[in-house]
Ligand binder design. Structure first.
Ligand code: UDP
Length: 401
């Protein structure tokens, strides 16, 4: 891209990798202009950005929950917030705009706007619906979007619609997450399966069902365990960790998985970075979120890997998978529906593989990084080029429907 690009300060809360951080990494390392990254916490994202040669800073503080008395915990959090805010204002000097990745970063970028006085773009990657956010959080989000953000970008049409239903005055720009196609090798599926079997001691004769993604209360791992007890004879490979959850939740999940792991039906292999290989090595990938998913990167990854996919029908998921054409969509939060769909995917092999081929083609045509990134660059450039302070009403900052 030859056009002059604005100098962008990318700002994110977590230093660990959730889907939002994977997408941010791709945006940053491909940004065709000068940029810098500010994170509230250190972690693998920080390490990878530094390794990629990106000017990256940890502002400190973050939103850890100190286990102290309430007022001490509150003071520590307030102090952290101030440290982060000062750091953000300092790092934004000389930059044209701040790109806030997800909710907490957006709130801080808006609150500090009188000090940094930069344009602000909010990339919204959450569904602003009561199932995911409290009324107060949704009120803050509405205020952020309407009075602070110069542009809102949504990671799916569902995210954009939820934003508007929550009182957002403009129609966000919809920018799907993009993927590096070359990482996925559907033609190698048999080899990848053999590799996976050998590495984890799986039974090569039994179907392998892969469930990939961070472990969380609504991510559906508990539902998958329930589905397993209803199914006939498959083994479940659970990939991912409970990144942002409490210690209690982790313990509960691992305790409930133990019964199955001891029987050799479930393999919990923790967080992995070789997701393309794992996706390609399993026989079916399931996505079983019990609440609507804003986008669902893991679904696209399964499609690109050429593996039959079953996904929970809600949020942005039907924008990715067409039921019966590129995968099987199931009613959310139903272990029976999940088990039935898995049985069907294993029984109707030819149909499953035909859908997997269609899915790969669809994902290549819609979710390649080369396709998804340029509209974001253009949007950032046009926001940076807008004259300052002429009309601050939300409607003047909207992409028209
Ligand atoms: N992921 C990963 N290693 C793991 C589990 C998940 O790299 O062990 C990646 C996964 O491949 C996907 C992202 O984390 O790219 C999860 O994104 P998704 O949109 O599915 O869910 P989110 O975490 O944003 O809720």
């Amino acid at each position: 891209m030859t056009m002059a690009m604005p100098r962008v300060l990318f700002f994110n809360q977590a230093g660990l990798y959730g889907g939002a951080e994977r997408s941010l990494y791709d945006l940053v390392v491909h940004y065709p202009g000068h940029c810098r990254v500010a994170l509230m916490q250190a972690g693998p994202l920080y390490d990878d950005l530094i390794a990629a040669g990106v000017d990256t800073h940890v502002l400190g503080g973050g939103f850890q929950r100190p286990k102290r008395r309430r007022w001490i915990a509150l003071t520590i959090r307030l102090y952290s917030l101030i440290v982060v805010a000062i750091g953000l204002v300092r790092l934004s000097r000389g930059y044209d705009l701040i790109y806030a990745n997800s909710m907490k970063a957006a709130v801080i970028a808006v609150l500090t706007k009188p000090f940094h006085r930069r344009k602000m773009v909010w990339h919204l990657r959450s569904l602003l619906v009561p199932e995911h956010f409290s009324p107060l959080a949704r009120l803050v989000a509405r205020w952020c979007g309407n009075w602070g953000a110069d542009l809102v970008i949504a990671n799916s049409d569902a995210t954009a619609r939820a934003y508007q239903s929550n009182g957002g005055k403009c129609l966000p720009l919809i920018a799907y997450n993009g993927f590096t196609l070359e990482k996925f090798r559907p033609e190698m599926r048999a080899d990848l399966r053999a590799q996976l079997v050998a590495e984890h001691g799986l039974d090569p004769m039994r179907p392998i069902i892969g469930m990939i993604g961070r472990i969380g209360p609504w991510k559906g791992q508990a539902l998958a365990l329930l589905g397993l007890s209803m199914g006939t004879d498959w083994q479940l490979l659970v990939v991912g960790e409970a990144l942002f959850e409490s210690e209690n939740f982790r313990q509960d999940f691992h305790e409930s998985a133990t019964r199955y792991t001891q029987a050799g039906d479930v393999f919990c292999i923790g967080h992995r970075d070789d997701i393309a290989e794992i996706m390609g090595g399993v026989d079916v990938v399931i996505h079983a979120s019990t609440l609507p998913e804003p986008f669902g990167r893991v679904i696209v990854e399964a499609m690109l890997a050429g593996t039959p996919v079953i996904a929970s029908n809600g949020g942005g998921v039907p924008e990715i998978v067409q039921n019966g054409v590129s995968g099987r969509l199931i009613a959310p939060n139903s272990a029976t529906a999940l088990a039935t769909a898995i049985e069907a995917a294993l029984r109707e092999t030819e149909q499953s593989l035909r859908m997997a081929v269609a899915a790969r083609r669809y994902a290549e045509q819609h979710f390649a990084l080369e396709l998804t990134l340029p509209p974001v660059w253009l949007a950032l450039r046009s926001v940076a080029a807008q004259p300052d302070g002429t009309d601050r009403s939300a409607s003047s900052r909207c992409r028209r429907a």
